[in-house]
Design a protein around this ligand. Structure first.
Ligand SMILES: [Zn+2]
Length: 252
């Protein structure tokens, strides 16, 4: 029995000793440590603010993308939207001159796209289809003319014009990966919606994917660009895929 009565006594004394240790420890805090404890909440707050800012950028990346978007086009009363689009079109940089090869006089394309396009033209010809390249790489300067001169000629507003043509700096053609295709047997359908009723279009729908070409602006695309059955882009390399990553998400 004495052992049983000793046990609680011992444990009580050890609790008391433990309790006494705390004020001792407090008293032993040096002035340097006390100073550090003053900075601690400040550092914690700063860290918290930085973490929150990083989290906000991950969840809402649009403001960052907006900062990184190209400057607005001169002469256009339109703002770049939060996802970088201008009147529905995504921004694209100009193909490097070294990457461009000539398809025919006045027609240049990125060498990767050109190689694949040639194979596609040959395959179409073998199937009795007269596929024609109407337009290929367009420099930003040429796009400027196409956009503003035609806009003025047709008395269109920027918004109306942008439904059918990309503003300069926002055209897939400037990447060297996009082509406008026509049917040599139905030239009246060139760059018109009626191209969708040609044999060439039917052939493209059945075979273009094999050559890594895809319709950029299908009917009812969520990008808000008018249906262009003639406009196809190359997505057969990692670089080309990356170029059109944002557009792919709104294609269908
Ligand atoms: Zn086009």
């Amino acid at each position: 029995m004495p052992s049983a009565s000793r046990l609680p006594t011992a444990s009580r004394s050890s609790r008391r000793r433990g309790g006494d240790d705390i004020p001792l420890a407090r008293r032993s805090i040096s002035p340097a440590l006390q100073q550090r404890s003053v900075w601690r909440p400040v550092l914690l707050t700063a860290g918290g603010v930085a973490l929150t800012a990083a989290a906000v950028l991950v969840v809402f990346p649009q403001p960052l993308r907006r900062l990184m978007a190209p400057p607005p086009v001169e002469g256009l009363q339109a703002r770049v939207s939060l996802d970088g689009r201008l009147l529905g079109h995504f921004p694209y940089s100009e193909a490097a001159a070294d990457d461009l090869v000539s398809l025919a006089p006045g027609l240049q394309l990125h060498r990767d796209a050109a190689r694949s396009l040639q194979r596609m033209l040959d395959a179409a010809a073998a199937d009795g289809i007269d596929l024609r390249v109407l337009s290929a790489h367009r420099s930003v300067d040429l796009q400027k003319q196409i956009f503003f001169d035609v806009k003025s000629e047709r008395n269109q507003t920027a918004l109306e014009r942008a439904r059918v043509s990309a503003p300069p700096g926002f055209s897939e053609h400037s990447t060297g990966y996009a082509v406008d295709l026509g049917d040599g047997r139905a030239p009246s359908t060139n760059l018109a919606q009626s191209f969708e009723r040609t044999d060439a279009f039917a052939w493209l729908q059945a075979h273009a994917n094999r050559f890594h070409f895809t319709l950029s602006f299908p009917d009812g695309n969520r990008q808000g660009v008018a249906y262009e059955p003639w406009h196809w882009r190359f997505e057969g390399t990692a670089e080309a895929l990356k170029t059109f990553e944002a557009a792919q998400r709104l294609a269908r």
